[in-house]
Design a protein around this ligand. Structure first.
Ligand code: 6PG
Length: 255
């Protein structure tokens, strides 16, 4: 079976517990391959769910071995409310008890980045950071993250890859910049589709009734209407797992 896995849970607590088990397995597999657990995370609702999944009483992750990258970022300062780095820090990183270890974090934007900057410069810096981490894999090879954790917008976007955008055709770059995001803010930096698809494992978290129409489009329509999240499904097949709740998958026929 090369199809993506679609898991639906009755509520957030069950989703968080299953996501915890999934992440711990991915961590164990990664640490059997190399010294660190190299993952990329998104903004949106994900940081809060990560905290719920990983900061409870259950067996903990080895956070000191985590190398955290970002699936996408906005060209804003790192302490700005729109920053995905800031969101992750506030909702998740700052809540990790020090005795559990401290992850290495690779922000995309710089401290003073802002919407006047050329996001291409930020994308180039981030790509250079990735190349330092994923060395030995050749400069032409795509980086293979151990895990990429994604959200899915009500329009089907993921990372800062938006429906119908020319960037969906990118074949070689690891990181790209856009200045025309339909969702504000307009200037963003994002991993490209080939990099997402090259990850060992990819998980989407999509919850709430606001997602049910797009979930039907992604899973039940012809080719997922070419939506960015459906393109990830097509490119990565059974490496992809969707963690959803019942309201998000109401009426979805795919199983
Ligand atoms: C961004 C976010 C974005 C998010 C989705 C889903 O930078 O805009 O990373 O891609 O993941 O919009 O958001 P929710 O998880 O809040 O539904």
């Amino acid at each position: 079976n090369t199809q993506p896995h679609l898991y639906t849970f009755p509520g957030k607590a069950e989703l968080a517990e299953n996501l915890r088990q999934y992440i711990l397995k991915a961590e164990t597999a990664a640490l059997a391959r190399h010294d660190t657990f190299r993952l990329a995370v998104s903004g949106g609702s994900l940081p809060v769910i990560l905290a719920e999944a990983l900061l409870g009483d259950s067996p903990a992750s080895q956070f000191g071995k985590w190398d955290i990258f970002f699936a996408d970022e906005r060209a804003v300062p790192l302490d700005h409310a729109d920053s995905n780095y800031y969101l992750l820090k506030e909702e998740f990183l700052n809540k990790i008890p020090t005795e559990l270890g401290t992850p290495s974090v690779h922000p995309i934007a710089e401290k003073h980045a802002n919407q006047d900057d050329d996001p291409k410069q930020l994308a180039d810096l981030y790509q250079a950071d990735l190349k330092r981490t994923f060395t030995g894999e050749g400069s032409d090879t795509l980086p293979a993250f151990d895990l990429i954790l994604l959200g899915c917008g009500p329009d089907g976007h993921t990372c800062s890859l938006f429906p119908g955008h020319g960037l969906l055709n990118e074949k070689t770059a690891w990181v790209a910049a856009i200045s025309d995001s339909p969702k504000p803010p307009p200037k963003r930096i994002t991993l490209t589709l080939p990099v997402v698809a090259a990850a060992a494992q990819i998980a989407f978290v999509a919850t709430g009734g606001g997602k049910k129409e797009i979930m039907r489009d992604i899973f039940d329509s012809e080719d997922g209407r070419g939506l960015p999240s459906a393109l990830v499904n097509q490119a990565a097949g059974d490496k992809v797992s969707w963690f959803t709740d019942s309201p998000a998958t109401e009426g979805v026929a795919y199983s």
